[in-house]
Design a protein around this ligand. Structure first.
Ligand SMILES: [Zn+2]
Length: 226
């Protein structure tokens, strides 16, 4: 799988991305969007504009109306409430909006059925944990976002073409593990590159290009890099 890096500096406001987050901590920009129009959802938009609104829509449409509405909105990977507030769940590994299948898996199988059963068993604690996770996560992911390797973004002007759904889209990114607020692992030293340099250095000494003294000094420098 390809591991594309996240920019370590925000291209819009130049604030360093110290947490290796998907979003700029200062201006909320989604750092994998080169058009600089996609942002992180605010808590208000995620809760009142999305979760609460969804609940109201489900009630006023007597559930069945919401299901029929979902058939249409799932074409853009959205639920009815997400369509109204311009938010989109993104598949972190492809970097693109969800397919219709992914949307039904997310909304019906995971959130409606699995979380519904878990709520029944735990008297609603499962749903509470699922939502509270959001507050401790650097990318504002809920637990179901984490499990599904998805992240919800706010795109007031719609998603740019590079983030729109594409059949059989290649996996461009590695999803982070399920740990709240976890930092990215430090980059591994390039042991292979150093080993290659050491061999090259030995060849130079043998060919008499560098002196024994220069060889020892350069060799020590390279070994320190490992
Ligand atoms: Zn920024």
């Amino acid at each position: 799988m390809v591991t594309a890096t996240i920019p370590d500096i925000c291209p819009r406001c130049n604030v360093p991305n110290q947490q290796m987050s998907l979003f700029c901590n200062s201006c909320r920009l989604y750092l994998r969007d080169e058009t600089m129009t996609v942002e992180r959802c605010t808590y208000t938009r995620r809760f009142f504009g999305n979760s609460l609104l969804e609940g109201v829509l489900i009630l006023v449409t007597l559930i069945i109306g919401w299901f029929i509405w979902l058939i249409f909105t799932s074409k853009t990977g959205q639920t009815p409430a997400k369509r109204l507030v311009n938010t989109y769940p993104i598949n972190i590994e492809t970097g693109r909006q969800l397919s219709q299948g992914e949307t039904w898996l997310r909304e019906i199988v995971i959130k409606f059925l699995a979380l519904g059963v878990a709520n029944g068993i735990t008297s609603g604690l499962a749903g509470l944990l699922d939502d509270i996770w959001l507050f401790f996560d650097k990318d504002r992911q809920t637990l179901h976002d984490k499990v599904l390797k998805q992240v919800v973004v706010y795109a007031p002007a719609g998603l740019p073409p590079s983030m729109q759904f594409q059949q059989n889209a290649p996996l461009r990114y590695t999803a982070p593990p399920i740990m709240p607020g976890q930092q990215a692992a430090p980059p591994q030293p390039h042991v292979k590159d150093v080993a290659e340099d050491l061999r090259e250095l030995a060849r130079l000494k043998e060919d008499g290009v560098i002196t024994e003294e220069e060889y020892e000094r350069k060799r020590a420098d390279l070994v320190n890099k490992m």
